[in-house]
Design a protein. Structure first.
Length: 135
């Protein structure tokens, strides 16, 4: 019977664990739903909007849109401002970009240790990773 040997050293395991711990599953699950992507697209094209405007332009019922907006708000994808009796939704661009960039950074960092052959040479160098780590 063969004994399985680990191909990963301690540094690789730590990097992989950091990647998993930093993963915002709720954020990415929110992006994985087609209706939410349609809402996101609508807000990208039309800007700040209330639920009435959004639901008029999508085939789903207003109550369904409302649930999706709440999930998107909870995951940090959207801002919501209440004015009189209306709630206006807009994309939380800073948070959206920060989450994507943080995930990309962790992936590059992990891959540079675990499988450097996976990275294109011009994507990011180990020196750049070390510089970003020290900041």
């Amino acid at each position: 019977m063969k004994t399985k040997t680990s191909c990963c050293d301690t540094k690789s395991l730590e990097m992989a664990q950091d990647l998993i711990e930093g993963w915002d599953a709720r954020f990415f699950k929110t992006l994985g739903e087609p209706v939410r992507m349609e809402i996101l697209r609508y807000l990208l094209l039309n800007g700040r909007s209330d639920i009435g405007s959004i639901s008029e332009n999508l085939p789903q019922d207003r109550s369904v849109i409302s649930r999706h907006l709440q999930l998107m708000l909870d995951s940090g994808l959207l801002h919501c401002e209440k004015e009189t009796r209306f709630r206006y939704y807009s994309i939380n661009g800073g948070n959206f970009i920060n989450k994507l960039e943080a995930t990309a950074f962790q992936l590059r960092k992990c891959m540079s240790v675990c499988c450097p052959e996976c990275l294109e040479p011009d994507v990011i160098s180990k020196e750049q990773l070390n510089k970003q780590d020290s900041e």
